[in-house]
Design a protein around this ligand. Structure first.
Ligand SMILES: C[C@](O)(CO)[C@H](O)COP(=O)(O)OP(=O)(O)OC[C@H]1O[C@@H](n2ccc(N)nc2=O)[C@H](O)[C@@H]1O
Ligand SMILES: Nc1ncnc2c1ncn2[C@@H]1O[C@H](COP(=O)(O)OP(=O)(O)OP(=O)(O)O)[C@@H](O)[C@H]1O
Length: 314
């Protein structure tokens, strides 16, 4: 029986600027994305019956056709209609370590791993560009999740320019256990409240201006300067999520007060992260934050910037 096991890394957004509405209902973005080594383990294994089966150890993750990993496999079957007649079906096992609905692209990472795993299992020989194009059909974060590392993402998040990253940086991630935030809700909220702030209706002009504003982050990454990276952190979705979720706002305040290089909410939240120069600093911050918020149901992780998205395990 053939099988492939892959590690699928979470991401954080070091910079997320919303620059306009798009005709397709999505938003035009300029982001800086960073992979961290908090990763799910995804295994694809051939199966006798011509079917897609999902197994996952996390009770909140669906195992039906709504799972993004299932949708990734279904997309390949749609593109290669005779593939299951030749190879049989597939069982996809997801060992969850990335928190669910957290703004860390866990589902996208799983979908990316399935694309890479099935490319190998089914001998498809897809190019990186083909994988990226298929990934973009599954979700805006999937193309980045495939490659990982550090990248500027534009368009709806699927157009990527990879940067020389800063692999040594550490990050403390914190999330309330029972809390998740809907990504469509966050973007719709932004559109309702802040579309009047878009600098112009000309999206390409907006994109140029936003690129200039995100320049401080890109320069900081180029200089490998953790302090400057911390100062350049920005996420427009905080303007919608923090007022609606006071406990996340409070968590962000507490984490920022504790020190570190800088604090931000990731993606559409509710995970908040603080950057740290060393493992010791990250562990100290973890200890301080959990003491300060001891009366809450907080989960904390220390992770490290990593240069890979999906990685095949030995
Ligand atoms: C918040 C981020 O995680 C930051 O990296 C991403 O922008 C969201 O990426 P994602 O979860 O892969 O998003 P998708 O599955 O493509 O879209 C989910 C929903 O988010 C909203 N959405 C997403 C991306 C984008 N550029 N504009 C949007 O308005 C849309 O309502 C969409 O229906
Ligand atoms: N493979 C999967 N892993 C986790 N959640 C999944 C998966 N497939 C579908 N889902 C559903 O998608 C929802 C969002 O999950 P996910 O963990 O990907 O959110 P997220 O980290 O906020 O994503 P993003 O940062 O891309 O917006 C979950 O509540 C879950 O019901």
């Amino acid at each position: 029986m053939r099988l492939y096991s892959l590690l699928a890394a979470a991401k954080i957004n070091l910079y997320l600027e919303i620059i306009g509405d798009r005709p397709d209902g999505f938003h035009e973005l300029v982001m800086v994305m960073q992979s961290v080594d908090l990763a799910d383990r995804v295994t694809v294994r051939s199966l006798g019956p011509e079917t897609i089966r999902i197994r996952c150890d996390h009770p909140e993750v669906p195992t039906d056709g709504s799972n993004l990993a299932y949708r990734a496999a279904a997309l390949l079957v749609e593109e290669f209609p005779n593939i299951m007649a030749k190879y049989g079906g597939v069982e996809i096992t997801i060992e969850k370590h990335i928190p669910v609905g957290a703004g860390l692209a866990g589902g996208s990472a799983n979908a990316a791993a399935v694309l890479v795993g099935l490319d190998l299992l089914w001998d498809l020989g897809l190019t990186q560009l083909e994988l990226q194009t298929l990934g973009a059909r599954l979700g805006s974060d999937v193309p980045f999740s495939l490659v990982g590392g550090t990248a500027i993402a534009t368009g709806r998040g699927e157009q990527l320019d990879f940067l020389y990253g800063l692999d040594g940086l550490w990050v403390l991630l914190a999330k309330y256990r029972q809390l998740s935030v809907s990504t469509p809700w966050a973007y719709q909220g932004y559109r309702q409240q802040f579309s009047h702030t878009y600098v112009s209706d000309d999206v390409s002009r907006q994109a140029r201006q936003a690129r200039v504003r995100s320049g401080a982050m890109v320069t900081a990454l180029g200089r490998q300067d953790g302090h400057q990276i911390g100062q350049a952190l920005q996420n427009d979705l905080e303007n919608v999520v923090l007022p609606a979720y006071p406990q996340v706002d409070r968590l962000r305040q507490v984490m920022a007060e504790m020190g570190g290089l800088g604090t931000l909410m990731s993606g559409s939240g509710p995970t908040v992260f603080t950057l740290a120069a060393t493992l010791e600093e990250a562990e100290t911050l973890k200890h301080q934050v959990s003491e300060r918020l001891a009366d809450t149901d907080l989960e904390l992780w220390v992770a490290r910037f990593t240069p890979t998205g999906v990685r095949l395990m030995d």
